[in-house]
Design a protein around this ligand. Structure first.
Ligand SMILES: *Cc1c(COP(=O)(O)O)cnc(C)c1O
Length: 221
């Protein structure tokens, strides 16, 4: 099933979004076995995204093929050290202390980290990230950190059925992304969209989607 799911998904994702940008698929691999992940990779997955540092570490050497490794989940500051030099993109920089730790550890290791700033676009208690009205200040502070390159923004839309509201929020994210992209040549990625809402997100201008369930089926918690 994983092979078929992956191939169907890759076929369905448009070549480009409405801004003419290539869309990057990140397979969300939390709680998946190494075997399942490698099956998805054999079927065409080129980027995998982990949520848990322990899983990232445990699987690191067992993943077959040349895939990029992203971190997409909430990241505890004291675990950053395990990812330095191994994580190609940190999606979920949701607080200044985390950005500082990534920058400090990367500088020490002589590497530069690529990161996205997470925005809490729905202003939800349960979600991490900066509120839109805090974003400019957070961006300026993080931009000044030496070993961390901000490559764009990341957001998770709320779990609601109101499509009009979801489109409004996704479009707002794209607007903010464009605002920063206009002044920052490093801005490249808007990471937004999961199994349930990636089509809507791509229509509204996302160029990076994080998909788990559609590839691997329902997760067993
Ligand atoms: C699990 C997860 C996804 C993928 O969710 P699905 O609904 O299974 O596609 C995307 N982003 C983050 C941050 C996740 O934790």
């Amino acid at each position: 099933m994983i092979e078929v799911n992956t191939k169907n998904l890759l076929k369905e994702i448009p070549e480009q979004n409405c801004f003419g940008e290539k869309i990057t698929l990140v397979a969300a691999v939390k709680l998946q076995s190494v075997e399942n992940i490698n099956r998805a990779i054999a079927a065409g997955i080129e980027v995998i995204g982990d949520n848990h540092v322990q899983e990232f570490k445990d699987k690191y050497d067992q993943i077959v093929g040349k895939v990029k490794r992203h971190f997409i989940g909430h990241l505890q500051t004291n675990k950053v050290k395990y990812l330095i030099g191994k994580c190609d993109l940190y999606h979920s920089v949701d607080r200044l202390s985390l950005a500082e730790e990534i920058s400090k550890r990367s500088a020490k290791a002589g590497v530069e980290a690529n990161a996205l700033i997470q925005v809490n676009i729905g202003n939800e208690e349960s979600k991490g990230g900066f509120d839109l009205d805090e974003l400019d200040a957070a961006y300026a502070t993080i931009k000044a950190m030496p070993a961390l390159k901000i490559k764009g923004l990341m957001a998770m839309l709320p779990y609601i059925d109101d499509e009009v509201e979801l489109r409004r929020l996704a479009t707002l994210m794209r607007k903010k992304f464009d605002e920063l992209k206009a002044v920052d040549k490093d801005f490249e990625y808007l990471s937004m969209g999961m199994s349930g809402d990636w089509r809507l997100c791509v229509e509204c201008g996302s160029n990076m989607i994080r998909v788990g369930t559609t590839i691997f089926g329902q997760r067993n918690y």
